[in-house]
Design a protein around this ligand. Structure first.
Ligand code: ADP
Ligand code: MG
Length: 340
């Protein structure tokens, strides 16, 4: 029997679709033994090792800004995924995988190469914003502009779709983790306290905001005093976080403006009427939809399940090939990929 699977290889989280639904959701992290190159843990278990490993053990996030940054670690990670979802099946799976909208041919090859080395037979690459639109059942087959903004952990994908494919696409190397970094910087500047990335992410999810919250909230955070190196607790408030997140929010707004400037006015007018589709985990920070709507002067439609649009789209594309009528979406092997 043939096995087809969909993989959303995100900077933050990898999701796998097989059969009739999402069968695996795991942080894109692998813990490997530096000496032997063997995997010690992956996913959630490896995630908790970030910042807590020994000299010999490394917890690696192999995907950075949407593309493979550490090939060896990515391959090892994908091997664990295949072993988990395909078990001991003898047939190598065909894999439909999402990639950022405008990555280079070399980076595309590295995704295919990593998947094949880990056990895939053939690979079909689909741009993530396109997959998100499919996942949301948005019709982009007609000559009508549909704008999708997908804010992930390490990238923001901005795409205008029309006539069944991508008309314009830009990938900004800024996403949810840029907010975390700003929070770390703020704590150091304001309180002389160093906090770790996992703590910063927790603060962002709990009380972070890109628009002022109607009711101010605060949170006690544990970190290390810069001068003494000793543990210290400080209280951080939502209005402080609002200040800290502005520069990243501005970057996202101006990138969308840039894409609109390069897009045919008719298609921007379509988006102004229908609204922009906002997805990805990074878009879940408080106030993002309102901020974009106000700054861009158009309606913004947040989606019900922003984390799963892309993987749901890959699942739909696997089971219904008609959704990918336009464009060259085929399963290929590494040898079939040519570098222009
Ligand atoms: P990727 O596709 O890059 O793997 P995801 O779409 O899964 O990313 O989103 C992950 C990002 O979303 C992370 O930076 C995470 O901190 C952020 N995120 C997830 N939930 C929330 C939330 N409730 N509030 C703010 N940010 C969130
Ligand atoms: Mg994503």
């Amino acid at each position: 029997m043939r096995t087809d699977i969909g993989i959303d290889l995100g900077t933050d989280t990898t999701r796998v679709y097989m059969g009739r639904g999402v069968v695996l959701t795991a942080p894109t992290v692998i813990a490997m033994d530096r000496d032997t190159g063997e995997a010690r843990a992956y996913g959630r278990d490896a995630y908790h090792m970030i910042g807590r490993t020994s000299d010999r053990l490394a917890a690696i996030c192999p995907v950075q800004h949407g593309t493979i940054a550490d090939f060896e670690a990515a391959e090892l990670y994908l091997r664990q995924l295949f072993a988990r979802v395909c078990g001991k099946k003898l047939v190598r799976p065909r894999v439909m995988v999402s990639i950022p909208g405008n990555i280079t041919a070399v980076k595309q090859r590295s995704v295919v190469d990593a998947l094949e080395s880990a056990g895939a037979r053939n690979v079909c690459l689909i741009e993530a914003p396109l997959a998100a639109a499919i996942g949301l059942d948005v019709d982009f087959s007609t000559p009508h502009g549909v704008t999708v903004v997908d804010i992930g952990k390490g990238t923001t994908e901005i795409a205008v779709l029309s006539m069944g494919g991508l008309s314009r696409c830009q990938s900004l190397p800024v996403g949810g983790s840029a907010f975390d970094e700003e929070i770390i910087r703020f704590a150091r500047r304001e309180f002389n306290v160093t906090i770790g990335p996992l703590t910063a992410e927790r603060i962002k999810k709990a009380i972070g905001c890109v628009k002022p919250r109607p009711v101010e909230v605060g949170m006690v955070v544990n970190g290390l005093q810069v001068f003494t190196g000793l543990p210290e607790s400080v209280e951080i408030t939502s209005s402080q976080l609002y200040q800290a997140t502005q520069s990243v929010a501005n970057d996202i707004v101006s990138s969308i403006q840039q894409v609109f400037e390069q897009t045919a006015p008719e298609m921007v007018a379509d988006t102004a009427k229908d609204g922009l589709i906002l997805t990805g985990g990074g878009s879940m920070i408080f106030g993002m939809a309102q901020l974009l709507s106000e700054r861009l002067g158009l309606p913004v439609n947040p989606v019900p399940d922003p984390l799963n649009c892309v993987i749901n789209g890959l699942g739909k594309a696997l089971t219904n090939s008609k959704v990918l009528q336009n464009g060259d979406y085929r399963f290929r092997s590494l040898e079939d990929l040519t570098i222009e």
